[in-house]
Design a protein around this ligand. Structure first.
Ligand code: ZN
Length: 216
């Protein structure tokens, strides 16, 4: 799905995470790898050029978001980043692959992202916000000028992420969600699974309002 002229959502097949391409330069999450061919097909469909991808940023370390990393590493020259608190899990392969009936050897990133980092591409400046709870190193990307939130598994259009997985914390998740609620006007919500929502659409506008109201 094309979100706007610069952002493409490559829908996650089955349990796969959504993959977002911003300006064809920044890839947020990369899927599990189980549906790698589908991901590539969709990217081709949207005219995306693999050679233009500069950075891959993981919202957190779970298999459905990072499993394809070794496949991507072979295919593109991009650098890979994750928050420090999820780095060890990713590098040691403790990413929950077994929940999906798969295995994962581990993946070495090129660097870490941290609270306050700015990820720039074209006219976009995304702030990295550390939002633990779903996992210790979960992040969201917030573009305050444009009101775009890439929310990983912290916030979905119809709910929020689980906090009962290893390293999860209900308390921290609720704290992170309260922080998100106070960010300002979210115009476009781009979650790690399921449909995105844009306030251009009256139904989606309602959905964003409702989910934010549920956060106490
Ligand atoms: Zn997750």
């Amino acid at each position: 799905m094309r979100i706007n002229q610069d952002i493409v959502l490559v829908d996650g097949a089955e349990f796969d995470s959504n993959v977002y391409l911003i300006n064809n330069e920044i890839m947020v999450d990369c899927g599990s790898g189980v549906f790698f061919e589908e991901t590539l097909e969709q990217m081709e469909h949207y005219g995306l050029k693999l050679g233009k991808i500069k950075k891959v940023i993981f919202t957190h370390c779970h298999f459905d978001h990072v499993g394809a990393a070794p496949l991507w590493k072979k295919k593109i020259k991009a650098k890979f980043f994750i928050h420090e608190n999820d780095r060890e899990a990713l590098e040691k392969g403790i990413v929950g692959a077994e929940f999906f009936g798969e295995s994962f050897e581990g993946f070495k990133v090129d660097g870490v992202v941290k609270e306050g980092d700015i990820i720039r591409t074209g006219s976009y400046s995304f702030q990295v916000l550390h939002t633990p709870g779903h996992s210790p190193g979960s992040i969201v990307l917030w573009e305050p000028e444009k009101g775009i939130l890439v929310s990983g598994d912290t916030l979905f259009v119809d709910g929020w992420g689980r906090s009962d997985l290893p390293g999860g914390s209900k308390e921290k998740l609720m704290e992170s969600l309260r922080r998100i609620k106070n960010l300002g006007d979210i115009q476009i919500l781009l979650p790690g699974h399921g449909v995105p929502a844009s306030k251009h659409n009256i139904y989606a506008r309602d959905a964003i309002k409702k989910i934010l109201e549920k956060i106490e």
